[in-house]
Write a protein that binds this ligand. Structure first.
Ligand SMILES: NC(=O)c1ccc[n+]([C@@H]2O[C@H](COP(=O)([O-])OP(=O)(O)OC[C@H]3O[C@@H](n4cnc5c(N)ncnc54)[C@H](OP(=O)(O)O)[C@@H]3O)[C@@H](O)[C@H]2O)c1
Length: 254
């Protein structure tokens, strides 16, 4: 565990897409902070590996689920309530991209696939979590967006549109759920070193080009995203809702 403490002990937190990458690191830090954690991913093999690595024991539940399927999304939260009795927080971490041509050249199946996992899945999980949290009049939701939701970028058009949609969903849900004491926020990272973005950062030329656009002069590590997420989940952020925090080393500030 880091030296930072967020007061999240015994909080029941669902982290979607946590079998690897940023989600896995969020789950790891939540367990270190003594939270109860529910993770999901589509592939059982990836989840088994994550469970073995996280060593969360009774504080960890893994559910194989595709978040864009309504019954799967519901099953994640039903499992969380069955095991831990409630859901205090949700981290919408699932995201995927396919290298896409321009919007006019893209085929509709590609559009649907990207919108489905990023936007539809985030909606289904947020809706289910919101319904559960409304009963207790308490909760926090944090979604992982991207700077691609703020800037048009080659090969990221549909993905960026989905992320912009997630940020608008964040504002709408924040407005609708504020009087239930449920906060809804997002973080928008620039490139983070995970498998997802490996085709970009593992290429020296592309790597250097990306770093040149980041005032802090480096590509983010997953831990750079973990702490802003945990802060937004915590009581320390009790008057912050409907916001997207840029986690980009200053990239969108210049
Ligand atoms: N890495 C970056 O450069 C970067 C930058 C900005 C924002 N982000 C955002 O950060 C988040 C995490 O990215 P990452 O780099 O950690 O990704 P990653 O390494 O590809 O991990 C994605 C995780 O999501 C799961 N997943 C994917 N689609 C799913 C679905 N439909 N239902 C359930 N689980 C699903 C994957 O497991 P399965 O394959 O088994 O389903 C995996 O556990 C995403 O929202 C991404 O858009 C990433």
């Amino acid at each position: 565990m880091s030296a930072l403490s967020y007061g999240l002990q015994d909080q029941v937190v669902v982290v979607t897409g946590a079998s690897r990458g940023i989600g896995l690191e969020i789950a790891r830090e939540l367990l270190a902070q003594k939270a109860k954690v529910v993770i999901c991913g589509r592939k059982q093999e990836g989840l088994d590996k994550a469970v073995a690595e996280l060593k969360g024991g009774d504080d960890l539940l893994a559910v194989a689920a595709h978040i864009a399927r309504e019954e799967d999304a519901d099953r994640i939260f039903d499992g969380a309530v069955a095991k831990f009795g409630r859901v205090d927080a949700l981290v919408n971490n699932v995201g995927m991209n396919l290298i896409t041509p321009s919007l006019t050249d893209a085929d509709y199946a590609t559009w649907q696939k990207i919108i489905e996992s990023n936007l539809n899945g985030t909606y289904l999980c947020s809706r289910k979590a919101g319904r559960i949290m409304k009963e207790r009049k308490k909760g926090s939701i944090v979604s992982i967006s991207s700077i691609a939701g703020h800037r048009a970028a080659p090969a990221m058009g549909i993905y960026g549109i989905a992320k912009a949609g997630i940020e608008m969903m964040t504002r709408v849900m924040a407005m609708e759920l504020a009087h239930y004491h449920i906060r809804v926020n997002a973080v928008a990272p620039s490139m983070v070193k995970t498998d997802f973005s490996k085709p970009f950062w593992s290429n020296n030329e592309i790597h250097d080009q990306i770093v040149r656009g980041i005032p802090m002069g480096r590509i983010a590590e997953p831990i750079d995203v973990v702490h802003p997420v945990l802060f937004l989940l915590s009581e320390g952020a009790s008057f912050i809702t409907g916001q997207t925090v840029m986690v980009d080393g200053g990239a969108t500030a210049v």
